[in-house]
Design a protein. Sequence first.
Length: 135
Amino acid sequence: MEPLTIEDVHIQPGKLTLRVRTASHARRTSDHLARLVVRDFPDLPQHSCVNPKGPAFASVIADTSVPHLLEHLIIDLQVQEEPPESQATFAGHTMWLDEAEGIASVTVSFRSDACALRAMAYACSYLNDALAKGA
């Protein structure tokens, strides 16, 4: 089993909802994973993020759920595909459906379903590679 598996994808107008399963060793981020991700996605820490520790994703990136990190990666990858003059904003939400089993729901907004699906596939592959290497 991969550390992170997308079991289901539900596409609605402007919204992608994923059912994600994480292996037991891949439920939470670590300092090492956070450093790796920030190296490859330097804008990630500045994402707005509603969390109990602060107003930005930086305040939780080293200690959050891997599905939450997946959410932010999907958003970041979509932003990278937007033209520079775009004023598009993206939002997301992640919640555990069954934390003991490692099952979460990740929802992200999109302007283009094709772009969102590409971002989802790349983000999942990227995280699986990083987690498989012990990040």
